[in-house]
Design a protein. Structure first.
Ligand code: AP5
Ligand code: MG
Length: 214
């Protein structure tokens, strides 16, 4: 089963993708995570991506499309995948459709997580992640059960994203409105779009997604 999760920065794409990964044994493919891995590796692509991400802009379509096309051929995608943060422009959505057709694959569900963009600044600036296992948290909305200890792996070191500051978040939200929001209409026009209320509690959003999938 292959899914696309759409929604602005902070909508909960990553949070929900991790839960669906566990529930359905499918793989989260986050283009943001892939670019952050390039930044950490010190690659040439990483150096370019770092600048773009810290400004809150979007990486070039051709780079992202090639990255995803290669990634979905990996063995771990055989049960299916959850696209998180891709596609993000109409050309990316068109390239995805062509790429999947060429590979004899298709998307089962396209789900937009609908949120109030204004509420996303608080979500993003409070986000932190376990450095060891990548589990995601929020200072107020999803704290660790024991202060300073990861619920999942017991790790005690956490990271915050370089682009998770109020100024960059505003730019990311603008990029979403200008370049990504049009793909909602792209999928709606094809009759493929489903929506969930992303302002609900995290568990409620997960339940809504499972209802669509099941
Ligand atoms: P990316 O990593 O994709 O970031 P994003 O789209 O800005 O989305 P976020 O990861 O910020 O939000 P999320 O929806 O995953 O929210 P989360 O679940 O963490 O991209 C980063 C950058 O990479 C882009 O700006 C761009 O430069 C580049 N890039 C990536 N893909 C690209 C592409 N395809 N093309 C071009 N460039 C690309 O939740 C956020 C917080 O809220 C968490 O702390 C969580 O605990 C909390 N939370 C989640 N749900 C709820 C809820 N229901 N209630 C309360 N709190 C909640
Ligand atoms: Mg994310």
């Amino acid at each position: 089963m292959n899914l696309i999760l759409l929604g602005p920065p902070g909508a909960g794409k990553g949070t929900q993708a991790k839960r669906l990964e566990d529930a359905y044994k499918i793989i989260q493919l986050s283009t943001g995570d892939m670019l952050r891995a390039e930044v950490s590796s010190g690659s040439e692509l990483g150096a370019k991506a770092k600048e773009i991400m810290e400004a809150g802009g979007l990486a070039p379509d051709d780079v992202i499309i090639a990255m995803i096309s290669g990634r979905i051929d990996h063995d771990d995608c055989v049960n299916g995948f959850i696209l998180d943060g891709f596609p993000r422009t109409v050309p990316q959505a068109e390239a995805l459709a062509e790429m999947l057709a060429n590979k004899g694959m298709s998307i089962d569900h396209v789900v937009a997580i609908e949120v109030d963009p204004e509420a996303m600044v608080a979500r993003i600036t409070g986000r932190f992640t376990c450095s060891e296992c990548g589990a995601g948290y929020h200072d107020d909305f999803q704290p660790t059960k024991v202060d300073g200890v990861c619920d999942t792996c017991g790790g005690t070191t956490f990271t915050r994203r370089a682009d998770d500051n109020a100024e960059t978040v505003r730019n990311r939200l603008s990029a979403y409105e200008e370049q990504t929001a049009p793909i909602i209409a792209f999928y709606r026009d094809k009759g493929a779009l489903k929506t969930v209320d992303g302002m609900a509690d995290i568990d409620v959003v997960t339940a809504s997604l499972k209802e669509i999938i099941d």
